[in-house]
Design a protein around this ligand. Structure first.
Ligand SMILES: Nc1nc2c(ncn2[C@@H]2O[C@H](COP(=O)(O)OP(=O)(O)OP(=O)(O)O)[C@@H](O)[C@H]2O)c(=O)[nH]1
Ligand SMILES: [Mg+2]
Length: 401
């Protein structure tokens, strides 16, 4: 299945919430209009697209300095396997001229044929303060957060106040604003020439760390990288077993240690093995006990101290895994983990089955940390690089044309 379709289907709860909400806002106070029939052929050439305006979103400074890579990062669209070319759907154009009826029948022979005998009625509502307020509330219910929702609606309103808009036009401009916020943070995990590149994976209990490591390991393996996994969550025996199952699925060795043993010494052994094997990547799973923050902090910093004995620049990536179903809570998790570890990027899991997908927009807006990937299910291939246009279209319920 094309990833966009999968994303859209799985983001159903978020998108249907926005979709239905937007329709209701336009219906409430809007008036039905029948668009004028287009002129018959010849087709008019499409006017050149206006240059995109420079972003007007005041960007938040990124508080964490970017990690200093030892070697030049290799931008690697090829590292995380992309969906096959035929699976990449082109998102709908994000900007449409204000005066064009959004769903006007297509001009030309086919358009006349399809449009014959039926007048399509579109409801439009003039954009005013009341409507903006309703839009803002709707975005807040989708977990976009108050500040981000305000910013998105304010940007969307620019130059459109008083204009009569259809639900589709609003979706398109919302998707455009969301894409603009998310584009700067949509970056795949950088791959360094360093061997082994150490990836420390952190996050609260149940956020999806172990599952994400399994999925990533499988994707890196498929991309030709050799990977070693360290089961650094020695707190629960079940965690080790779970990781072993993922290791088998991905065809990647998993280093384990007895329950209750020191995760730092396991990480050290794993570093030794990864070096001896000439592995490209070492992924270290960790326990996510936030109940005792001091313990967790000590545990994480000990892992870092120990692996730095082998490589002073390790870990090269610290991925924070966040669960989308926790909504706004994800924001405070980022704040906490930025204090506990030098977070270099985010992975957002469980975007399937939640109506809180908007939190990803709030995260991008507030922290500006790279979003490497998103999880939309429990299967090995349910993790994809983050694509802002696809995400914005799926979130707003916009159909790809
Ligand atoms: N629906 C869905 N479920 C997911 C996703 N990612 C992980 N899960 C599920 O979430 C649950 C917790 O995932 P784990 O990978 O065990 O989470 P963890 O962070 O390692 O948890 P702890 O080891 O307890 O800290 C499991 O049942 C996973 O199958 C996702 O993208 N979508
Ligand atoms: Mg785990």
């Amino acid at each position: 299945m094309a990833f966009f379709s999968k994303l859209k289907e799985r983001l159903f709860k978020s998108s249907s919430k926005l979709d239905e909400g937007l329709e209701a806002i336009v219906e409430d106070g809007g008036e039905p209009e029948t668009p004028p029939r287009p002129e018959p052929e010849p087709e008019t050439p499409t006017p050149p697209r206006p240059e995109p305006e420079p972003p007007v979103i005041p960007s938040q400074p990124n508080e964490t300095p970017p990690p200093t890579p030892v070697e030049q990062p290799i931008e690697r669209p090829q590292e995380v396997p992309q969906p096959p070319p035929e699976a990449i759907a082109t998102p709908a154009p994000m900007e449409i001229p204000d005066d064009l009826p959004a769903a006007a029948p297509r001009a030309g022979f086919l358009g006349r044929l399809l449009g014959r005998g039926e007048e399509r009625v579109i409801t439009r509502r003039a954009l005013d303060d009341d409507m903006l307020e309703s839009l803002e509330e709707l975005l807040i219910t989708a977990d976009m957060g108050v500040e981000t929702a305000m910013r998105v609606t304010a940007n969307m309103a620019e130059g459109r106040m008083g204009k009569r808009l259809s639900a589709r036009e609003i979706k398109e401009s919302l998707a455009h604003e969301i894409t603009r916020i998310m584009e700067p943070v949509a970056r795949p995990m950088p791959i360094y020439a360093k061997r082994p590149q150490v990836v420390l994976v952190v996050g609260v209990n149940g956020s999806g760390k172990t599952t994400t490591i399994g999925k990533l390991a499988s994707q890196f393996k498929a991309a030709g990288k050799s990977v070693v996994i360290a089961a650094g969550d020695t707190f629960r025996a079940a965690a080790v077993e779970q990781l072993q199952i993922w290791g088998e699925r991905a065809g990647v060795p998993v280093l384990t240690a007895p329950e209750g043993s020191d995760p730092a010494s396991l990480a050290y052994d794993a570093m030794t093995k990864a070096e001896a094997d000439g592995a490209d990547l070492l992924m270290i799973d960790t326990a996510g006990r936030l109940q005792n923050r001091a313990d967790l902090m000590e545990e994480l910093s000990k892992i870092v101290r120990v692996i730095r004995k082998k490589d002073p620049d390790a870990p090269h990536n610290t991925l924070l895994v966040l669960d989308a179903t926790t909504g706004q809570n994800a924001l405070s998790q980022v704040e906490i983990f930025q204090k506990l570890a030098d977070v270099s990027g985010l992975v957002m899991t469980k975007l399937d089955g939640t109506a809180r997908g908007g939190v990803l927009v709030a995260l991008a807006d507030k922290f500006g940390l790279p979003i490497h990937a998103i999880g939309v299910g429990e299967q090995i291939d349910d993790l994809a690089p983050f694509d802002p246009e696809e995400f914005a279209a799926a979130l707003t319920g916009l159909d790809v044309q």
